[in-house]
Design a protein around this ligand. Sequence first.
Ligand code: ZN
Length: 134
Amino acid sequence: MMQTIDHIGIAVRDLEQSMELYGRLFGVTTFHRERVEDQHVDIASFTVGTVRIELTAPTSPTSPIAVFLEKRGEGIHHVAVRTDDIPGELHRLADDGVRLIDETPRPGAHNMMIAFLHPKSTGGVLLELCSPKD
Ligand code: ZN
């Protein structure tokens, strides 16, 4: 079951500069910092109400975020929906003809498993399913 919007991923070039900007915009002084090796990204995140904002910068030119920045520039990269059953949702969506980027969940930030759906199947919005690791 889809439960709630978990976080919004924002692609940024420079994490320090972006923390300064978003810190000012949202009145935030504390960020959670994390490197996700699997995706070659560094993350700085904070929460607004129940939604987490994840500033995401590439750590290598082959990172999907680096590719995104090259094509589209900085901005909203993806919206993440929390679910209690990623494999079940992937199965349901694939059966419905939705193109998947990840056929099986992989590790993400915040001790979550994640899987992306293809934006060609989601009206141009990159959607991520996420679920806390057991
Ligand atoms: Zn995410």
